[in-house]
Design a protein around this ligand. Structure first.
Ligand SMILES: Cc1ncc(COP(=O)(O)O)c(C=O)c1O
Length: 475
């Protein structure tokens, strides 16, 4: 075969990857039908199934799309948590608004190179405009910068790296440097510190009050003592919406201390940040004083998993950590550095993730998002009131939409609440998760899914009651 014959031969098989209009229509039609069935029945489906997944290995053979959808339904959707369900009240619930999925489809098919402005000015600008919008929401100055990430963990990583580089925390300095946080900080913070070589810094757990908020007077005392001992305080991590209890640390007061002692002030608002758009706005007073802030649209703006954001005031610190170039990047020379997300994040080639927030905001505007957040705040109140009348004990009034409860069994309280949790998981109609608060095993309720409605809470209460009866009256 000559080269032309070889190319023609290979093309016969290779072109299968570039399916034609008729094939596309057929696959889209099947996908739409599948999604309609899924969404039309989402309230009837269990939110959690304790099942193993299997039969997903790749064997290089071709399969019918209809068979693939069937496998997807059985082995992915019907195993574990249905995170797009309103019945997901565990951990921090996910979202999955449809407009974001359409954005992902557009982004995937057209596939612009969003990391570098030269390669796709439009895509890079959309990323920047999403960051600009976030800067407005959190009243960060124009001069601040930011980047869209895969989620809160990576956002924390980027922020702490910038803090580390601004304060030059390396080598011998690491073990004398001090980070202030509370026991309620999300574990991705400690993980990020470890990843970036700060495992040996001193972590000071500042005592919390009875609402799980950092106690500022202890923070101040602790910093003063550390300074007296010749240590190097450098980073305060506050949380605006703790994972376990939805608590918002006293941000404004902490900001003042950070300023006084010249420390980097980081706010983890991954879960709670977007409640700044709600009637809880006051709780976020002073958030604009943070040196870095993380927030997750895949939590508080109900997007599918895969969109976090980090805002950072000190552009130089961020660039110090992330700006690199290679000989093959000649075409990008001379551009304003921060127009290219690649210069301010660990990623070069990346999913065009900005579109999945930009498009829904353009399509829906902001009001439906605000209404949805406000609704979650009311639903947590509603659920707490009802649980109280059912005889459950409750944690303190939450700052946001996460709270917890336990049943006051006369004997073996923890063991019996674990049994109750087990029954709830076996039931699966609604998914709840558990935690330990003050040494006590408790069941959490995290209300953030956009499909969680009053009806969902009524279903949840009926399910909890049914499971409780099983624990109280074992067969
Ligand atoms: C307060 C807080 N910070 C950070 C994270 C980590 O975010 P992600 O899971 O998107 O990496 C979470 C996750 O639930 C969180 O609740």
């Amino acid at each position: 075969m000559n080269i032309n014959q070889q190319l023609a031969f290979l093309n016969q098989t290779a072109r299968e990857l570039d399916i034609n209009e008729e094939q596309r229509a057929e696959l889209v039609q099947q996908t739409t039908a599948y999604l309609n069935t899924f969404l039309n029945n989402i309230d009837q489906h269990k939110a959690f199934s304790r099942k193993e997944a299997q039969g997903l290995e790749i064997n290089n053979a071709q399969h019918l799309f209809s068979d693939i959808l069937e496998i997807y339904q059985k082995e992915v959707v019907e195993t574990g948590i249905v995170a797009s369900s309103g019945g997901h009240l565990g951990y921090i619930p996910g979202g999955g608004i449809f407009a974001a999925a359409l954005a992902d489809l557009l982004a995937a098919v057209t596939n612009p190179y969003a990391g570098v402005y030269f390669a796709s000015p439009g895509a890079a600008l959309i990323e920047t405009e999403v960051v600009n919008w976030l800067k407005k929401v959190f009243k960060f100055p124009n001069s601040a910068t930011g980047v869209l990430t895969s989620g809160g963990s990576v956002s924390n990583l980027i922020a702490f790296t910038a803090a580390r580089d601004k304060y030059g925390v390396k080598n011998e300095m690491v073990k004398n440097s001090v980070v202030y946080l509370t026991e309620q900080v999300h574990h991705s913070a400690q993980k990020a510190l470890r990843i970036i070589g700060l495992e040996d810094t001193i972590l000071r757990n500042i005592p919390i009050d009875d609402k799980f908020r950092m106690q500022v007077k202890h923070l101040r005392n602790c910093i003063e003592q550390d300074l007296q001992q010749g240590l190097k305080p450098f980073l305060i991590i506050a949380t605006a919406g703790t994972t376990d209890t939805g608590a918002v640390d006293p941000i404004d007061d902490i900001a003042e201390i950070a300023l006084k002692f010249k420390l980097w002030f980081h706010v983890d608002a991954a879960y709670g940040g977007f409640f700044i758009l709600s009637s809880k706005n006051e709780m976020f007073k002073g958030i604009e004083k943070a040196d870095s802030l993380i927030v997750d649209p895949h939590k508080g703006l109900f997007l599918p998993y895969g969109l976090g954001a980090v805002l950072i005031k000190d552009k130089r610190a961020l660039l110090h950590s992330h700006q690199y170039t290679g000989n093959y990047m000649q075409d990008t020379k001379g551009e304003d550095i921060v127009v290219s997300p690649a210069n301010i994040s660990p990623e070069l080639t990346r999913h065009f993730r900005g579109l999945r927030l930009w498009l829904p905001l353009k399509l829906h505007g902001i009001e439906p998002f605000k209404a949805c957040l406000e609704e979650k705040l009311l639903l947590i109140q509603y659920m707490r009131e009802k649980l109280n009348t059912l005889g459950f004990c409750l944690g303190p009034e939450p700052d946001l939409s996460v709270s917890y409860f336990w049943y006051p069994f006369e004997k073996d309280c923890d063991q019996n609440n674990k049994r109750l949790m087990h029954e709830i998981h076996n039931h699966g109609e609604v998914f709840l998760s558990s935690t330990i608060i003050g040494g006590r095993f408790v069941i959490r309720m995290a209300i953030l899914a956009f499909r969680t409605k009053r009806k969902t809470i009524d279903t949840t209460l009926a399910m909890i009651q049914e499971c409780l009866n099983r624990v109280l009256n074992p067969e």
